[in-house]
Design a protein around this ligand. Structure first.
Ligand code: LLP
Length: 429
């Protein structure tokens, strides 16, 4: 479920009117629903209750301290990819002992930090990295818990920029050579083999590739369990969410795959739990988008209308620097007015931002209710990979973030100021 809906003609998040929030805090503005995040975490946990399962939330999807703190309080672990994320986890009250540390390019500083903080496992992506982790651990007189990431060469059937489980992707170690990689890793003096990890891609809208990957890798998991006594198998993240007709469906985890059943959490669990249970290991999931994607919206205001010879543009005050998904992945975000349309009148428009790039658009040639200057709209399903990918391009301050909890709204990140923009910069003396 998600918590965005119209009430008396005004778009609400939980019990709060988004227009009221925009008026108070300005736009562009990110809004998140606490109850949606909790619902997603709890439903996924419940669906895995037959397994010894740990959810390691993929921090990169939305790393605001308040969001991390919510999940930490639910007992979540965290999948991290940088020293900065580990720093955030600690600040948010998360337990480093429940963290897996992924990423193809961990630095010495990051490995040292992970070891000192006692993370649960490094998920190593190459043999060179394992050798380096061994070296750094040796220098600290420590043993490093390590899992290797296998690349199962399975097609996740998602956008090419977020597909990771094919041989041509930079991620993981080839399925064909992973056994030798384990043998060499196990022989290193400062490494303790702890598990196996995989992640085939993001925004998967069918359960089929997950099933294919788990079926392919399960015999390897058994072998590693017998040989090295591994204690966990992480199947990564990647659960897709609804980006289209989000309001109408009222759903988060729902996707009508052409010939297949929809991907719901129930379907995901029904198909995967029977394959995972016989392994008798701790199963780790690393969902990011599923937890927070539909829990967030980006609110923006129409600044101007511009009627060209070919098109009508609505120029809004949010830009690609605030939400880059449409520009980078051709990502779709439903656009809805904060004030529910009263009539049927529609117009065909492009919704574009103020950034000096032709790629700075949120939608092209879409039918929307008529919007006047000063009207506000919401870009839905922006809770994952929204704010975290925002930048200061065009020297635009980062938007504020609000967490709604019932009828309370909390500012969980203040809007940046102009002074924030130049913090740390120096003119030559
Ligand atoms: N585990 C690993 C190793 C990952 O690389 C990722 C995401 C996840 C878990 C979480 O995947 P999720 O459950 O969120 O699909 N910026 C892109 C998505 C990039 C995903 C990167 N890795 C987007 O906006 O679509």
């Amino acid at each position: 479920m998600h918590s965005f809906h119209y009430e008396n003609g005004a778009l609400h998040c939980e019990s709060i009117s988004l227009d009221a929030l925009a008026q108070e805090h300005g736009t562009p503005l990110y809004i998140y629903s606490k109850s949606t995040i909790l619902d997603h975490f709890r439903r996924l946990s419940a669906s895995m209750s037959e397994l010894d399962c740990r959810i390691c939330y993929a921090t990169k999807a939305n790393s605001n301290l308040a969001v991390l703190n919510l999940l930490a309080q639910e007992g979540a672990g965290f999948d991290i990819v940088s020293g900065g994320e580990l720093f955030r986890i600690e600040k948010a009250g998360g337990d480093p002992g429940l963290c897996t540390f992924a990423g193809v390019g961990k630095t010495r500083e990051e490995i040292e930090l992970g070891l000192r903080k006692g993370i649960y496992s490094f998920n190593a992506e190459s043999e060179a990295e394992v050798a380096f982790i061994d070296k750094v651990a040796g220098e600290l007189g420590m043993k490093a818990p390590v899992a290797l990431r296998v690349n199962p060469n399975v097609d996740a059937k998602t956008h090419k920029y977020i597909s990771t489980g094919k041989s041509e992707n930079k991620f993981g170690i080839d399925f064909e050579t992973i056994c030798e990689a384990y043998a060499r890793a196990a022989a290193l003096p400062n490494v303790e083999i702890r598990g196996l990890q995989m992640h085939i891609g993001s925004q998967l809208t069918s359960v089929k590739p997950f099933v294919e990957a788990v079926e392919k890798v399960a015999p390897l998991v058994q072998e590693l369990k017998e040989e090295y006594g591994i204690e966990f198998f992480s199947i990564g993240g990647g659960i897709g969410i609804v980006y289209e007709n989000t309001l109408a469906s009222g759903q988060s985890s729902w996707w009508q795959d052409q010939e297949e059943k929809p991907l719901t959490i129930e379907e995901y669990a029904d198909q995967l739990v029977p394959l995972l249970k016989p392994l008798g290991l701790k199963i780790i999931l690393e969902p990011g988008r599923f937890m927070v994607g539909n829990a967030g919206a980006l609110i923006t205001e129409v600044l101007y209308e511009k009627k060209g010879s070919a098109k009508t543009f609505k120029i809004v005050d949010a830009g690609m620097n605030d939400l880059i998904r449409p520009a980078l992945y051709e990502g779709h975000h439903d656009i809805v007015p904060l004030a529910e349309a009263s009539g049927d009148a529609q117009e065909t428009v492009d919704i574009v931002g103020p950034v000096c790039e032709s790629g700075d658009f949120f939608a092209q040639n879409i039918e929307l209710p008529e919007l006047a200057e000063g009207d506000r709209i919401a870009l839905l399903s922006s809770g994952a990979y929204g704010f975290v990918m925002a930048s200061n391009y065009n020297s635009r301050p980062l938007p504020a973030e609000i967490l709604v909890d019932g009828d309370q709204a909390h500012v969980i990140r203040q809007r940046q100021t102009f002074d924030d923009l130049i913090a740390g910069e120096q003119i030559l003396s």
